[in-house]
Design a protein around this ligand. Sequence first.
Ligand SMILES: Cc1ncc(COP(=O)(O)O)c(C=O)c1O
Length: 419
Amino acid sequence: MKFSDFGEKFTRESGILHLMDDLGEAIASGGDWIMLGGGNPARIPEMERRFRQSMNEWLADADAFESMVGHYDAPGGHRPFVEAVATLLRGEYGWPIGPENVCLTSGSQTSFFYLFNLLAGSRKGARPGKILLPLTPEYIGYADAGIEPDMFVSARPTIELEGEDQFKYHVDFDAVRRRVDDDIAAICVSRPTNPTSNVLSRPELDGLVEVARQREIPLIVDNAYGTPFPNIAFGDIEPVWNEDVILTMSLSKLGLPGLRTGIVVGSQAVISAIAAMNAIVSLAPGSFGACLTRKLFESGEVLRLGREVIRPYYEHKCARALALIRQELGGRGYRVHRPEGTFFFWLWFEALPVTSTELYHRLKKRGVLIVPGEYFFPGLAEDWRHKHECIRLKYSQDDESLERGIVILGEELERARAE
Ligand SMILES: Cc1ncc(COP(=O)(O)O)c(C=O)c1O
């Protein structure tokens, strides 16, 4: 069968397909794999109990279930939930927003597909628009989301070495300013960043807001792990929003990735555009996530859960996993990006004699799945050795398999370094 250009582009091998295939294979095999790869959040018992309780309350309500499954929502998503989100964010941060500034999608991956193609690509009377990623490595899921080819350009960060075994990326504003030309249609960052766990400082974020404002383009901030929910950020950070910022959020990392619920907070023009795209692509986003969590948002309980359950849970996991890394990888030439959020470690094996993709294959043969670093540099024109020296490792799974996985990683590193 002959596919269109769109069909060809969206069916070829991509990083995100590879990652989701690994994830599917690992789940289907019923637990033989040590899954340090894909982005499933941890199953936190207290969160699961809370979701089950919401579900029970909801089923006990005379008509709530039938009313949810029995009709389509508006293209902007379930209105009571949209109102609850707007009220919560207005109350928490004083942002001048109402329901007209909030829209739902089928997960933030879908939000990015909409936003990138809404803003970038062919434009009447202008050069094709591009999305600037001001700091790569950046989220693997952006890389293939453009309908038109070559939609991303990115800037290398500066690297600060910290202590014996850590490092941290910073935005290189000279590189960003050099690249911000009239073909840049929007700037996009994840904060905290998947894969590195980097959290852009407030001055860095304000600097990007300013660059975007000067060029009259939006700054998209991907808050999938950020505050106020799910709050998988280990410092005290605040999100930023104004009419030129598009903030994307998601219920996934609260522990509900199966419900595919994304939230976009933006100007009325952006929100109306996303709702219009929802109508064409899917009539309306699904209602399940919104209905199940509405009361958590209305009461503000979602904020308490983020503060008292989710963040401490991942902070504890992170500390334990870091101790394991130090114990097993010590002396084997590694550095880890300073852990500031998410549930990933970004490990850098400087001067590794094999590429991170080769390391991925060797680990896969031993039943351990990680994600090779090469995928996380969309839009970076030059080859950079660093790209081939890093891997992403997820630490949200059970401690026992994490430990086995890190031991095997240490062995494979030793083998590679000895070659
Ligand atoms: C940074 C980032 N953005 C967006 C997503 C997409 O999340 P979802 O579509 O489940 O909301 C992910 C998922 O892992 C992510 O890590």
